[in-house]
Write a protein that binds this ligand. Structure first.
Ligand SMILES: C[S@@+](CC[C@H](N)C(=O)[O-])C[C@H]1O[C@@H](n2cnc3c(N)ncnc32)[C@H](O)[C@@H]1O
Length: 310
């Protein structure tokens, strides 16, 4: 991440902060609108640089958190709709053995910017519907939300067909992002993939009512990041929803789906369980090592932890 930060800060020096800030405000409004774009949202080099400045650290952090949840050993990665390559940076850090790294996107300026930061990768102009190469790991990070439902299906199908070991799809941690993830999950299951994370089962999602499955990662903001976003806080919490599918059998281990709640001598974990139920698990001080593990557990972790993690 430090490397990505440094690469970004160098690039951003080239664009006047006022122009970046204007572009950031427009992009924030466009992305929040939730409308599928009928033309690329990133229109020029300033937009692309603005996107990189205010979003890359957060999408990078979300993808890094997701990749930490799966056990694979990819040699190649394909980052589809990869923009300036935030997800690729996360993959490179997670899997040092990667030797073939390809980023596909429809916006040439995004590719150009990404290439300046990461020249060793292959940056290729690509439009949804065109064929792709295959790779061990296929990443689709914050792309589905820009597409119509039909196009989302096409992209998920293409990602599933292109991947050998795993497909990872990440979306904003909103109810709509979660819906898109559920839909993608279903399609990948139908293609014969196994859900490796976050779900501890292959059945229908057990979250009901107004609840939606999402996670959170804290991202430190650099001085420049704060400036372009006109933000006062030194950090932000990036909320994300995701699905990661692999070829391996799934582990029958639950997942913590909210921030744990602590009271004196009692930890309450909201857990999604292998039997598809989602509900509170109470762990009291009397439970010794399990209590200690519960105090250390974080939103997004597996539960109960493996015995060697106690
Ligand atoms: C929100 S950005 C995400 C970029 C990057 N994956 C990340 O996580 O930071 C969405 C990207 O999807 C690309 N994209 C959207 N629709 C596309 C399409 N039909 N064909 C190719 N790329 C597309 C956009 O150009 C943009 O770079």
């Amino acid at each position: 991440m430090t490397d990505l930060r440094e690469a970004l800060d160098q690039l951003l020096e080239a664009v006047p902060p006022k122009r970046l800030a204007e572009s950031v405000q427009r992009l924030i409004a466009d992305y929040r609108s939730g409308r599928p774009a009928d033309e690329p949202l990133l229109r020029n080099m300033v937009d692309v640089t603005a996107y990189a400045a205010y979003r890359m650290p957060a999408t990078h952090a979300a993808v890094a958190a997701v990749l930490a949840q799966i056990t694979i050993s990819p040699k190649s990665v394909l980052d589809v709709g990869g923009g300036s390559g935030a997800a690729t940076w996360a993959a490179l850090a997670a899997f040092p053995a990667l030797d073939t790294v390809t980023i596909l996107d429809q916006v040439p300026e995004a590719l150009k910017l990404g290439q300046r930061m990461l020249p060793r990768a292959t940056w290729q102009e690509w439009h949804l519907g065109e064929p792709t190469d295959t790779a061990d790991l296929v990443l689709v990070s914050y792309v589905l939300g820009e597409l119509t439902e039909d196009a989302q299906h096409d992209l998920v199908d293409a990602a599933g067909a292109a991947a050998r070991q795993a497909v990872v799809i990440v979306e904003p941690g909103t109810p709509l992002g979660y819906r898109r993830i559920l839909d993608a999950r279903q399609r990948l299951l139908e293609q014969g993939w196994t859900v490796a994370a976050p779900c501890p089962h292959q059945q229908q999602c057990g979250m009901t009512g107004k609840d939606w499955c999402h996670f959170s990662v804290r991202v430190n903001r650099s001085a420049l990041h704060r400036k372009v976003k006109d933000a006062a806080l030194g950090y932000e919490d990036e909320k994300f929803a995701y699905v990661a599918v692999t070829r391996q059998p799934t582990e029958q281990q639950g997942r913590v789906v909210r921030h744990p709640a602590f009271r004196k001598g009692l930890v309450t974990l909201q857990v999604c369980n292998p039997d598809t139920t989602v509900g509170p698990t109470l762990v009291s001080k009397r439970e010794g090592p399990t209590y200690k593990a519960a105090r250390d557990a974080e939103w997004g972790d597996r539960w109960p932890p493996h015995s060697e993690e106690h």
